[in-house]
Design a binder for this molecule. Structure first.
Ligand SMILES: Cc1cc2nc3c(=O)[nH]c(=O)nc-3n(C[C@H](O)[C@H](O)[C@H](O)COP(=O)(O)OP(=O)(O)OC[C@H]3O[C@@H](n4cnc5c(N)ncnc54)[C@H](O)[C@@H]3O)c2cc1C
Length: 451
């Protein structure tokens, strides 16, 4: 099989990439190993994430009340639940004036299926199978991928460009095509999550908002309404803390909901989990060279920092939008002889990811100052960053302040971990190196080990 672009992964990033390519007359095949709908975490969108959805012409699909909840903002509660700060979803008009906007909370099984179905309806080819190994030209450029089909057969998909949208599976990094994978700042954390029914929400427009409950550094909970009944709840904490509790995932979530914050307990007086409790450990990493001859990574396939402010979906969708433009330029003859035809895309994407990482790091290092930035010093600049406006008019005053506080400078050097960060190089063999992570091996390799 031969296509212009082969995309590994039919998650939101892969489906969006395919739709943006179709808008530019470029054909693609999406290789997806799972049957949709399938469960996935990552349910809250930022304002600009909604913007990319609208750019794909999907506003109408999102307005289906069975599928989505409208989100007007985000509230973060302090340890005792008495103090809080709020950031509303706001857009920018052509004169860069702020205006109130909304975005969405989604059930990922519904949302991801809607995206994949839509990509197929618009012309993408779905290959149901698991990508097994990249294919190379004699000059070392990637020229496609081998797929183990769901029916057991093998298929080679030849492509001009291979896009890795495989999420945390980081297909091309594991295959040694990208540069080394670095562990991130939050790599020793674990998220345990489920869903509850009958939680107490705010009244009016705020009923669909995301709530965050801060306990202490690196220990927090999320509350994301998924429909009129069900709320997604997750606990994020250092993995050592979770292991020390010696509880099942179910019991851990149920107890934490009542202990992490009085305000969360008030909202969920009786804990009834209506979904299996699941875990994702060690999720923070970065790959510095994630593009090259014949390939490009988007979304979680090259970087994931911390889920606290819901940046993941926005990044993978925005990278699909920018990446499709870079691929269209390449197909039209641009950068054909360059060492890396997608170097500019890579620089741009990393610059946006750096903004998020630095703002998240500032939140963990200086939570009180962070609240002051939101309320007093740089409200508009913080609204911009939390909405996802990180690829334009940056660094803004809030980001400059955050970088000063962190004593961190950023450069365009793609070969090294960012100056001032706590990034460390992983062993070349990702599985072996995971085994060394403080006794968390079984969790990292096989989540079913957590009962
Ligand atoms: C605890 C936690 C909470 C989060 N909360 C939020 C949130 O509230 N809001 C938010 O925006 N983000 C959140 N995120 C991040 C969000 O989940 C991801 O950023 C987002 O799903 C990335 O989308 P993607 O399309 O890049 O990858 P994915 O959605 O992971 O899709 C990848 C797809 O690739 C397929 N695949 C993988 N390997 C292969 C292969 N070899 N062959 C074929 N197919 C393959 C998989 O089956 C999958 O369908 C959270 C993340 C975590 C860990």
């Amino acid at each position: 099989m031969k296509v212009d672009v082969a995309i590994i992964g039919g998650g939101p990033g892969g489906s969006a990439m395919s739709m943006f390519l179709i808008q530019q007359g470029i054909s693609s095949a999406i290789i997806e190993k799972e049957m949709f709908p399938r469960y996935h975490i990552g349910e809250s969108m930022t304002g600009e994430c909604g913007g990319v959805i609208r750019a794909l012409g999907l506003q109408e699909k999102m307005d289906d009340p069975d599928n989505v909840v409208v989100k007007h903002g985000l509230t973060v509660y302090s340890t005792e639940g008495k103090n809080s700060w709020y950031v509303g979803v706001q857009g920018r008009d052509e004169n860069w004036n702020l205006f109130p906007q909304t975005t969405w909370q989604v059930r990922r099984d519904h949302f991801d299926k809607m995206m994949l179905d839509e990509a197929i309806a618009r012309g993408a080819t779905l290959v149901h199978g698991s990508a097994t190994k990249p294919l190379f030209n004699d000059d070392g450029a990637v020229r496609g991928v081998s797929v183990k089909m769901a029916d057991g057969g093998m298929l080679d998909v030849a492509s001009e460009i291979l896009v890795d949208a495989s999420g945390q599976a980081t297909f091309l990094a594991n295959a040694g095509v990208t540069s080394t994978k670095y562990r991130g700042n939050y790599d020793k954390q674990i998220a345990i999550f489920s869903q509850v029914a009958g939680a107490i929400r705010d009244l009016g427009p705020a009923q669909g908002d995301t709530l965050i409950f801060y306990k202490e550094k690196y220990h927090w909970a999320w509350f994301i309404p998924l429909d009129t009944e069900v709320v997604s709840v997750g606990i994020v904490a250092p993995a050592a803390y979770f292991l020390g509790q010696r509880e099942s995932k179910h019991d851990y979530v149920a107890r934490e909901i009542h202990e992490i914050s009085p305000e969360l307990k008030r909202r969920i007086p009786e804990v009834k989990l209506v979904e299996e409790a699941r875990a994702i450990p060690n999720y923070s990493y970065q790959i510095k060279r994630f593009t090259g001859k014949g390939f490009m990574c988007i979304g979680d396939a090259h970087r994931f920092v911390d889920p606290i402010f819901s940046f993941g979906l926005f990044l993978t969708l925005k990278e699909a939008q920018f990446g499709s433009g870079a691929i269209a330029d390449y197909m039209n003859g641009a950068n054909r002889d360059a060492d890396n035809p997608f170097a500019e895309y890579q620089r741009l994407i990393d610059s946006g990811g750096d903004v998020f990482e630095d703002i998240i790091d500032m939140f963990w290092e200086q939570p009180l100052l962070f609240a002051r930035y939101i309320h007093q010093r740089y409200p508009a600049e913080m609204i911009d960053i939390l909405a996802g406006r990180v690829f334009e008019r940056q660094p803004n005053e809030a980001l400059i302040g955050a970088r000063n506080i962190l004593q961190r400078s950023r450069s365009d050097d793609t070969s090294v971990a960012p100056e001032g960060s706590r990034f460390q190089k992983m062993d070349d063999d990702p599985i072996r190196s995971r085994r060394n992570w403080d006794g968390l091996s079984s969790y990292a390799i096989d989540n079913t080990a957590i009962q």
